[in-house]
Design a protein around this ligand. Structure first.
Ligand SMILES: [Zn+2]
Length: 68
């Protein structure tokens, strides 16, 4: 039994990857991060903006509750 060559996707050169602490999803190195990959912590702008929720999620929850 021999393996079929899988799609080019699977063959693609292995890129460095990290796990986004916000959405807990792995994301791969991208060209736009070529200069700052070591500083990249979030998979997207969106998660980056939500990073404060990591520390203050509980506080915000109660704050929202009292606001409502
Ligand atoms: Zn994310």
């Amino acid at each position: 039994m021999h393996r079929r060559k899988s799609s080019s996707l699977a063959i693609k050169k292995h890129l460095p990857a990290k796990v986004c602490p916000i959405c807990n999803r792995p994301f791969e190195w991208r060209k736009k991060w070529a200069d700052c990959w070591q500083d990249v912590k979030y998979c997207s702008q969106r998660c980056r903006r939500r990073r404060h929720l990591l520390n203050t999620a509980a506080e915000e929850l109660s704050a929202n509750r009292s606001n409502l």
